[in-house]
Design a protein around this ligand. Structure first.
Ligand SMILES: Cc1cc2nc3c(=O)[nH]c(=O)nc-3n(C[C@H](O)[C@H](O)[C@H](O)COP(=O)(O)O)c2cc1C
Length: 134
């Protein structure tokens, strides 16, 4: 399985309804395609982890890359994994991500992971240990 993390810049005109529509499509398609993951939005940037069969991941990333609701998609981590970090989530969504809004903005601007980003990504992945309430 492949696990990919990217960051991007949200369209400045994006509204809550757009986020809801993204999540609806993501959850529906990801269930169908055996993909799981998580999405963070800090008001300006997205960070998303997607994990699952490599071919499905590539197809999904291609669709996401063409999506006009964001731009500047930059992959920051890609690895082959045996187990999923977000096995229970077709797409976990966390809009504020406890205090990491600035870290995320910085990572999206420079696209390279430093030690501070490693901590943020560690905390991001830890969200997957929460069980869904639904
Ligand atoms: C930040 C962001 C994250 C997205 N994540 C996913 C995703 O995880 N899975 C997915 O199928 N579509 C995702 N989308 C939506 C796709 O870009 C695309 O609109 C969708 O896959 C089209 O699905 P449809 O052909 O079923 O309408 C995302 C879009 C954005 C902007």
């Amino acid at each position: 399985m492949l696990s990919v993390i990217y960051v991007s810049v949200a369209d400045p005109l994006i509204r809550d309804e757009d986020i809801a529509a993204i999540l609806l499509a993501a959850r529906r398609n990801n269930r169908r395609d055996d993909l799981t993951g998580a999405l963070i939005y800090n008001g300006h940037n997205f960070m998303q982890l997607l994990e699952g069969p490599a071919k499905k991941i590539e197809a999904c990333l291609d669709a996401i890359r063409r999506d006009p609701r964001h731009s500047g998609m930059t992959e920051v981590r890609r690895r082959n994994v045996e187990t999923r970090d977000f096995a229970d989530w077709s797409m976990l969504y966390n809009p504020d991500f406890d205090g990491h809004a600035e870290d995320l903005a910085r990572l999206a601007a420079d696209g390279r992971i430093d030690a501070q980003d490693e901590r943020m990504i560690g905390n991001f992945i830890a969200l997957g240990r929460h069980r869904p309430s639904r």
